[in-house]
Design a binder for this molecule. Sequence first.
Ligand SMILES: Cc1cc2nc3c(=O)[nH]c(=O)nc-3n(C[C@H](O)[C@H](O)[C@H](O)COP(=O)(O)OP(=O)(O)OC[C@H]3O[C@@H](n4cnc5c(N)ncnc54)[C@H](O)[C@@H]3O)c2cc1C
Length: 302
Amino acid sequence: MIYDVIIIGGGPAGLSAALYFGRGLKRALIIDEDKPRNIVTHETHSYLTQDRVTPQTFRKRAREDALKYEGNTLLNDRVTAIQQHNDGFIVQTPAGQFQSKQVLVASGLIEQLPAIKNIEHYYGQSVFYCPWCDGWEMRSKKLAVINPDERVLHMVMLLSNWTNQLEVFTDGHDDLTKESKKVLEDKNIPYHLEKIDEMSGEKGQLKAIRMAGGETVEVEVAFTYVHWNTNYEFLSGLDVEWDENNRFVLSQFGETSVKGLYVAGEAKDNFGSQLIAAAANGGEVAGFMMTGQIQEAFNKEV
Ligand SMILES: Cc1cc2nc3c(=O)[nH]c(=O)nc-3n(C[C@H](O)[C@H](O)[C@H](O)COP(=O)(O)OP(=O)(O)OC[C@H]3O[C@@H](n4cnc5c(N)ncnc54)[C@H](O)[C@@H]3O)c2cc1C
């Protein structure tokens, strides 16, 4: 069987695309390893009609919507390789090989936390990166802003919307300009240039940050920098073009330099966004992909 499309990733981008494909009478295989980035949190925020549901509930509902349509099939598996074959693709997983006319990469971001001891115990519960996602819950709390470079000033500015108890940690870097330091000083925001040694707390609740020199600062919440990339190993067999910021080079319709290979959701920008943006983009790109397929069929029939 040749699927119209194989969707790699069953997050909001992939499932929203699947919903569109299902309603477009297409056969879509969604291959999802089911490791969404936000699984570390207890609640998802800011998605209209789904505000404050758990990530698991969000996924369950999204899957139910997509799988209502008989053309859609979900496989819980990991894509390990893709090859071009005739005018389409062969997608490889440990379970086997699957063939399709088009492929949509909706595999999100590969996320890497800074090398701070114990950070993983608090990430998603009292350590976050996105003020729009989790700022409201953290309002009025004593908040650490962790970022090694000048972007820390931008985060401080944003987070000042939710609390006036801010404290900056550059994690061993001294890249702040004199002007930035003066802004922090004028606003009575303490800053620490030392390397962070360890986070400590209890049951996911951050309580303190200890610096390499031994000083400990009590905080309730932290907003930290993280590293992202979309350089998935499974793409290595394709001649995919990337720009200087490690983003896919894409057409306005979300198509990569490889004909028939599209990208949607956070993978598109190589930057963290939000559930609603990923879902919207998944649907939009699915529409463009189907238009291509429908047009080809229509032209053949003439
Ligand atoms: C701590 C935290 C809190 C957040 N809170 C919020 C919030 O409150 N509100 C909000 O709007 N957003 C929030 N986000 C952001 C949100 O999670 C993302 O914007 C959203 O998940 C991106 O959707 P996506 O479909 O692009 O990718 P994802 O949701 O990450 O889905 C990608 C899917 O692809 C799968 N996959 C990857 N590689 C493969 C492969 N090789 N084979 C098969 N499957 C694969 C993954 O397992 C995953 O299931 C938060 C993120 C984090 C980390």
